[in-house]
Design a protein around this ligand. Sequence first.
Ligand SMILES: [Zn+2]
Length: 184
Amino acid sequence: MIYPIVIYGSPMLRNVSEPITADYPGLPQLIKDMFDTMHASDGVGLAAPQIGKSIRLFVIDARPWADEDPRLADFTKAFINPEIYERFGDEELFNEGCLSVPGIHEDVSRPTKVKIRYLDENFVEHDEEYDGYAARVIQHEYDHLEGKMFVDRLSPLRRTLLKSKLAAMSKGRYKADYKTKLVK
Ligand SMILES: [Zn+2]
């Protein structure tokens, strides 16, 4: 099933999401649906709040970036109850977008490396270190679980310049070529 993507301005995107247990109803199907939804909208990452579920789960398929970073050739993963416990390395700018903020791409500064503990779709625990594109998308998706969006991380000037566009988006004036919904 392809879910509609919840759009900026929907209050649920601002919730801090809750951890889940292995008996969360329909979890394998939900994870599959999240991958399908992400692929249908050409995203590389999707967090559960973006389909209206305030739970600590996101999926990433970074394989489209394998040309730039061969380590991503098989990077397709679900992250359950993740905890980024260390961010390090230099701060770097990278042009980010978000399926919940269609039509807006902005340079966002983030540390280049993270250490993260998480459970995979079989509830097996992992403790891993990532850099580059992987660290970037992990931090972006993790933000969604905390109720944060990449536009919160822009400079005050960039935020001011985007203010009217974001206000319009939260009133339903935006274009996206995938299924979306505003939930007030
Ligand atoms: Zn996003």
